[in-house]
Design a protein around this ligand. Structure first.
Ligand code: NAI
Length: 252
């Protein structure tokens, strides 16, 4: 018996990194998973790596028609929807005076509008069945981070969005929570290392030193948290943001 037997989980940005880690965990615990990502073939390849019966869908979460079509495919092919993880994300880092309007709009579009569109499309099914679990990816950068005015604003926006979902959707049997990861070893942070001209191993080691547990995080750390928050054991928890950061927030 898995905690998610009979459930359908949708994970955006699920083709790699934290999203794939979450998809893997839900699949391992019995869910049918829809991996949503920009590129249909990458999403399908990730779904195939999860095993039989999962689905990969090409979808840009910042485009309403693309989101609505993706949710319809989930319902048609997997027969329902119970869990939504709004994980898709991008960075366009720069100091404020160099940040372009496009950098701002792109980051807001994926993180905030993407979470809004996906949640809006999913919640009508959650409300009708009086059951749903939503996890949104925030970040420690929500607290402010040099070079990330756009990303920090979006990730703190995710926390306000999540609190409001908790208030509005709680009466319908829906829990909505956010996870704010610290440094997680993925292609996103590897790309930051490349941009800064620092070798990946050195960049990870430096970031490990910045938190009390003295290691970087891995997608599995976030997946375990997402699985708990989407489980029925967590049904009295809603509107919260849980920092999963090795204690980095305590010392920054
Ligand atoms: P990643 O860059 O490895 O993966 C992100 C995935 O999202 C990619 O597969 C990408 O194709 C997909 N994606 C991007 N734009 C999309 C769109 N418009 N529609 C659909 N899919 C889209 O990133 P990572 O590191 O796995 O991050 C996942 C989430 O966790 C993001 O929201 C990120 O901001 C957040 N996060 C990551 C941290 C880290 O240290 N890696 C720390 C805190 C938060």
């Amino acid at each position: 018996m898995g905690r998610f037997d009979g459930r359908v989980a949708v994970v955006t940005g699920g083709a790699r990194g934290i999203g794939f880690g979450c998809a893997q965990r839900f699949a391992d615990e019995g869910a049918k998973v829809a991996v949503i990502d920009l590129d249909e073939s990458a999403a399908a390849a990730a779904a195939a790596r999860l095993g039989e019966g999962h689905l990969g869908i090409g979808c840009d979460v910042s485009v309403a028609v693309s989101v609505d079509a993706a949710i319809e495919r989930v319902l048609g092919d997997l027969g329902g929807i119970h869990i939504l993880v709004n994980n898709a994300g991008i960075t366009r880092d720069n100091l404020l005076f160099k940040m372009t309007e496009e950098d701002w709009d792109l980051v807001m579009g994926v993180h905030l509008k993407g979470a809004f569109l996906m949640t809006k499309a999913a919640q009508k099914h959650f409300v009708a069945q009086k059951y749903g679990k939503i996890v949104n990816l925030s970040s420690v950068s929500a607290l402010g981070n040099r070079g990330q005015a756009n990303y920090a604003a979006a990730k703190m926006g995710v926390q306000g969005f999540t609190r409001t979902l908790g208030i509005e959707l709680g009466p319908y049997g829906i829990n909505a929570n956010a996870i704010a990861p610290g440094f997680i070893a993925t292609e996103m942070t590897d790309a930051t290392a490349a941009r800064l001209g620092v070798p990946v191993d050195e960049f990870r080691a430096r970031n490990a030193e910045r938190n009390p547990v003295r290691r970087v995080g891995f997608p599995e750390d976030i997946a375990a948290t997402a699985a708990f928050l989407c489980s029925d054991e967590a049904s009295y928890i809603t509107g919260q943001t849980l920092y999963v950061d090795g204690g980095a927030k305590l010392v920054s």
